[in-house]
Design a binder for this molecule. Structure first.
Ligand SMILES: [Zn+2]
Ligand SMILES: [Zn+2]
Length: 112
């Protein structure tokens, strides 16, 4: 499945008032992105066909097309440009920051 951007997730959270679109329970840090009409039933991949649901509804629906989404819990800020890098562990954000610095600020990478 293609990656859905953080922006789309945020937009859905706002539209759904951060509640599960099926049972209306408040969404926790862990929830699922799902298709209202499954792709197997000719559902589209468009924004209008996306919804966020809680793990319980996801289990009930037994759908395999959606995917789990976790809110990133760790973040690190690039000291050179102020960009916020999000991830799930310190190791991951450190690694992503390193990648970011190599890609965006190559002049800062010390050659030893
Ligand atoms: Zn639910
Ligand atoms: Zn930067």
């Amino acid at each position: 499945m293609r990656k859905v951007s953080e922006k789309i997730i945020k937009k859905l959270q706002i539209t759904q008032h951060n509640k599960c679109n099926l049972c209306k329970i408040k969404l926790d840090k862990r929830f699922y992105l799902d298709y209202k009409v499954p792709l197997s039933k000719k559902g589209s991949k468009d924004y209008d066909n996306l919804q966020l649901i809680c793990p319980k509804c996801y289990d009930k629906s037994q759908k395999v097309e959606g995917y789990e989404y976790k809110t990133p819990t760790k973040q690190i800020v690039c000291t050179y440009c102020g960009r916020v890098i999000l991830g799930f562990s310190k190791k991951q954000v450190d690694y992503m920051l390193m990648q970011h610095i190599v890609a965006k600020h190559p002049e800062r990478v010390k050659i030893e």
